[in-house]
Design a protein. Structure first.
Length: 383
């Protein structure tokens, strides 16, 4: 993600418990009929809710710019982790107040942090301005918007930051959740994501054929999606993007506990753990910026790089639906050179790629709303 000035050089070179009840006291009179039959009852684990099941739902006041366009519910819903085990995620379902259609678009948000307080469904401070613009554009077209937080943001357990399969599953299951709230919604959906969410949208695209069941993915939009982990692992140490790497190390640990951040982070970096546990993106980036030294030996071991690439990089399996990639040419967080590589790697379905001159990481979201909405509309009308 992250710092352009070093990028060019880098490019060049879960247990269920059971118990048995004590047998009931036998009536002595029953001895003449032989031993009393003893019934033993073993409680069975409660069945896990199906992915997309609503666990809780409550009205949610929307921030400025959205409240005149939609009513919203904050939800907790069932999804699955990278190994297929049941877990939970939170999020919003926004229903347009006017011109409502029967289609769902998922808004997959960019990085907010890894602490519970960094869930956009509960914290307007991390419902970023560019996200509000994107969501308002979708609502104005009459589409219901499902806006997942991703597992571990506002729900128990650590957030598997940048773990694509985790994001993709919770994205797809947010559509199921929206349909469980609104019977009028069809099975058709599109995913629109930015940065972390753009990467998650691509994973949802790759997963959909085998995971979304009776749903019908019509396409995905990815604005400045995270990719090219190996390049980033070389480029980030010593730059203002070190906070992204710190979060990624803990995100990997959430799904691979044997990869322990304390084995690769310096003492100074470990001493700033409160920023990760309690702060959100801006606090994390400020805390881990130089002169803080992030990594022992200033380099991430190859085993870590390999494992991160396995979990983080899109394009490892074919797309199942068309994709639209949008990239700001002046993006210093996800440089265009990395997205150029990604587009060449994507296979399996048509890919449209638009580069926006003079746009950075966030302005690419704001200034692409018209073309994104037009593309989504075309995907719904002419799948």
């Amino acid at each position: 993600m992250f710092i352009t000035r070093l990028l060019a050089a880098t490019l060049a070179g879960s247990t269920a418990l059971s118990a048995a009840a004590s047998p009931a006291m036998a009536d002595p009179a029953s001895d003449r009929f032989g031993p009393a039959h003893v019934f033993r009852w073993t409680p069975q684990p409660a069945p896990m809710p199906a992915p997309g099941s609503i666990i809780s739902s409550a009205p949610r006041a929307l921030p400025e710019g959205l409240r005149s366009l939609a009513r919203a519910k904050q939800i907790k819903y069932a999804t699955t982790d990278v190994r297929g085990n049941a877990t939970f995620a939170s999020g919003l379902v926004l229903t347009p107040l006017r011109n409502k259609k029967n289609k769902t678009v998922v808004w997959a948000h960019g990085t907010t942090g890894i602490a519970d307080r960094c869930a956009p469904s509960a914290n307007d401070d991390v419902f970023w301005p560019e996200a509000r613009v994107a969501v308002s554009s979708l609502l104005e077209r009459g589409w219901t918007v499902a806006a997942p937080d991703y597992p571990g943001l506002g729900t128990p357990g650590p957030h598997p930051y940048l773990i694509g399969d985790s994001e993709g599953r919770s994205i797809i299951d947010s559509v199921r959740a929206a349909r469980n709230l609104d019977d009028d919604l069809s099975r058709e959906y599109v995913v629109d994501g930015h940065s972390q969410g753009g990467q998650g949208a691509l994973f949802a695209n790759q997963l959909a054929g085998g995971y979304d069941g009776g749903l019908q993915l019509r396409g995905t939009v990815s604005i400045a999606p995270t990719s090219q982990t190996r390049v980033l692992a070389e480029a980030i140490p010593g730059t203002e993007g070190q906070g992204f790497m710190a979060m990624a190390l803990y995100g990997l640990n959430a799904v691979e506990p044997s990869f322990k951040p304390e084995t690769v982070l310096t003492g100074a970096a470990l001493g700033q753990g409160d920023a990760l546990r309690q702060g959100c993106l801006n606090e994390v980036l400020a805390t881990y910026a130089p002169p803080l030294k992030l990594l022992k030996g200033d380099r991430l071991p190859e085993a870590w790089v390999d494992k991160l690439a396995d979990y983080v990089d899109p394009a490892q399996t074919p797309l199942t639906a068309p994709a639209f990639i949008v990239q700001g040419a002046d993006d210093a967080i996800v440089p265009a050179a990395l997205t150029d590589i990604l587009v060449g790697q994507l296979k399996g379905a048509p890919v449209r790629y638009d580069t926006l001159p003079g746009r950075d990481h966030d302005s690419a979201v704001v200034d692409s709303t018209g073309r994104v909405a037009a593309w989504i509309n075309q995907r719904f009308d002419h799948p």
